[in-house]
Design a protein around this ligand. Structure first.
Ligand code: SF4
Ligand code: F3S
Length: 78
């Protein structure tokens, strides 16, 4: 799945949600989150984000890795 990372915090541009064909990007608190079970890995949201916050999970750096869990846990809390 694709993961939203740190640069989204307090930026929340939101255009990624318009690009997503399955509407799996949700707003919550200080950033947006991708629901990993709904993401179809189309990559359409990737180039839309003005701050390059969206990263494919296989390409996460160690610094970005915690956001994989943060995105998943956002949806488990509900
Ligand atoms: Fe939506 Fe595609 Fe981005 Fe996944 S990769 S969040 S399905 S636009
Ligand atoms: Fe955040 Fe970028 Fe989407 S700033 S809301 S991931 S377009």
């Amino acid at each position: 799945a694709y993961i939203i990372t740190e640069p989204c915090i307090d930026v929340k541009d939101g255009d990624c949600t318009l690009a997503c064909p399955v509407d799996c990007i949700y707003e919550g608190g200080r950033m947006f989150y991708i629901q990993p079970d709904e993401c179809i890995n189309c990559g359409l949201c990737l180039s839309i984000c003005p701050v390059d916050a969206i990263v494919y999970d296989m390409e996460l750096t160690d610094e970005m890795r915690p956001f994989e869990k943060i995105n998943r846990e956002f949806f488990e809390e509900v």
